[in-house]
Design a protein around this ligand. Sequence first.
Ligand code: PMV
Length: 314
Amino acid sequence: MSEERGRGHGSGKLILFGEHAVVYGTPAIVAGLPRGAEATVEPAEGEEGRLRLLQSSGDDADGAEPAEISDPTVKAAFRAVLEVFEDLLEGPVDATVEMDIPVGVGLGSSASFGTALARAMADLTGAEDRVKKAVRAAEEVFHGNPSGIDQLAAMEGGLHFFRRGEKGMEAAPVEAPTFRVAVCVAGPASSTAAMVQKVADRRSRETDLVGHVERLIGDITRAASNSLTEGDWQRVGELMDINHGALVSLGVSTDELEQARYIAMRAGAAGAKLTGAGGGGCVVAIIPEDVGHGVVEAWSKAGLEAFEVEIGGH
Ligand code: PMV
């Protein structure tokens, strides 16, 4: 081993356009968040490796201590990452992961967790070339059949046009001027796999109609890529609204997401939509330059965890 301790970072993400349809090959636009996961790994003190997690965002974060993980899925993802480096290890490994995004609400917590751990393991063992494989192994535990969009954002950050093509992932950076979005956690955590399945069921019952919706989402995403590049935030907002409507038609919105969207629109957002798998989770709103922090304030007043983030910048 090259060092006795390894460290790694993984970015959280926001899907701005195209979730769900992206699973079936239409494009999506994703932004890496400056927030995400930081992992530290080191040879274990005991006979068995331990995984501890520290949640440093949200209401309960202050003064929190890392806690041992009992969730079987998270533990399985940890093991999947370790297995990729197994032949380079002399014994079990202890890991601590600090998350500064809320978990399970569509902000890419699982991919940022896997990426941070994989990078920390690569740092510990010197096997940088195994990071991608290890991230994919963790994502497969969390999601079954992930499109790869979370993985791209977790590893690269930035703003990307993404497509799951016949020959794998295709991605290109979107060169947009800086813009501001606000995000709120509108509903409880939901299962991405369950929401993807819900869309798959509707798709098998209503193949033609859902096919139209997917093509519509693809067209919205392509138009949004141009509008983002031009800095036409009003149009980006309008396209977000239309994309949200399409997601409603796929059956993945909830009362909480609709409420949070209306709050944002009333507070001056140029547009807003659910982001990620839906069924709970987050709303993202685009904030025009001349609007202050009203959207985040309105969400906070309604008791929702909310933050602003700057995206883009050449
Ligand atoms: O895990 P979430 O909530 O960010 O959703 C992932 C986006 C989906 O398009 C719904 C699924 C996928 O694998 O792309």
